[in-house]
Design a protein around this ligand. Structure first.
Ligand code: SF4
Length: 287
């Protein structure tokens, strides 16, 4: 059985070389985490704690102070001093304060957090065919008893707000909804809900059964493309600034460091895994 995740698929779409370094070569990067990822994890974990606390005791009333204190504990526990901050005009404190603002806004809008949450961080599996699975985690699964429907909630701490049209095409939660329909019934309505915390704004979408069938086929095709890839070329973009492999990526080091091939090979990184040395030379990329 071959297992993929949404982030694995997205990494390949963003940059095949990054996919190879991360998932095939399994290179441990020098800097493992960006400040944005740390902010995202801290806020996610805090909201998970909020909803799990209410689930354990439905009489419980959680104050904003408790939520902030929990966030501070998580933030401090996992913060490392070498964490990558790409936006040099911002500091760790700026990001920390963003998290406080996100949670305070979320609190105002969603208190007392009693909306039919079934489970946080729910693990799901989608069987694309007998040999391929997608696995993932739903931030929060809700059952709306009044409307007899399920809701897949996802928290976003990004600083940009996508359009409704873009989210109507989004793959991740749509794939997760296939798993929810497999569990609760194909006829059940499933809403996809994104919380864009920086804007205190919710985007809601849904898919028809036909759209989900098409999505399955598109995803299977993407997986076939990954499996048939022999040359994992770099794909330079603005996202390289956040890439954990930038320091060893030929796309960024080729001209300034003539020993880059040595550097990469010493780390057992080979962006052309299926090519022998002669073929590499033909490609003229290592010269
Ligand atoms: S730095 Fe950019 S081009 Fe290089 S591996 Fe990372 S995402 Fe790809």
């Amino acid at each position: 059985m071959v297992i993929y995740s949404h982030s694995k698929l997205s990494t390949f779409e963003q940059c095949p070389l990054k996919y190879k370094l991360r998932y095939i070569d399994k290179i441990k990067p020098e800097i493992e985490k960006t400040i944005e990822a740390h902010l995202g994890t801290s806020v996610h974990d805090t909201l998970e704690w909020v909803y799990n606390s209410i689930k354990e005791n439905s009489e419980r009333s959680i104050t904003l102070d408790e939520i902030i204190n929990h966030y501070i504990d998580i933030w401090k526990k996992d913060l490392t001093q070498d964490i990558l901050i790409v936006k040099k005009q911002l500091t760790q404190t700026d990001y920390f304060n963003k998290g406080i603002q996100f949670l305070a806004d979320y609190y105002q809008k969603h208190y007392p957090f009693k909306d039919g949450t079934i489970e946080c961080e729910k693990e799901i599996t989608i069987n694309l065919d007998e040999n391929t699975q997608i696995r993932g985690f739903i931030d929060r699964l809700v059952y709306d008893i009044e409307n007899n429907r399920y809701e897949i909630h996802d928290y976003k701490t990004a600083g940009t707000l996508p359009s409704q049209e873009k989210m109507d095409q989004d793959r991740q939660l749509a794939l997760y909804s296939i798993a929810i329909k497999e569990i609760y019934g194909e006829d059940k309505e499933v809403l996809l809900v994104w919380h864009y915390l920086a804007y205190n704004h919710k985007i809601i979408s849904k898919r028809t059964q036909e759209q989900l069938e098409d999505l399955k086929e598109e995803t299977k095709k993407l997986i076939r493309d990954i499996q048939n890839t022999r040359i994992f070329l770099p794909s330079k973009s603005i996202l390289c600034e956040w890439c954990e492999y930038k320091s060893i990526c030929p796309e960024w080091n080729f001209e300034i460091d003539s020993k880059i091939s040595e550097k990469i090979l010493s780390k057992k990184v080979n962006p052309f895994p299926e090519f022998n040395n002669n073929e590499k030379e033909k490609l003229d990329i290592w010269n």
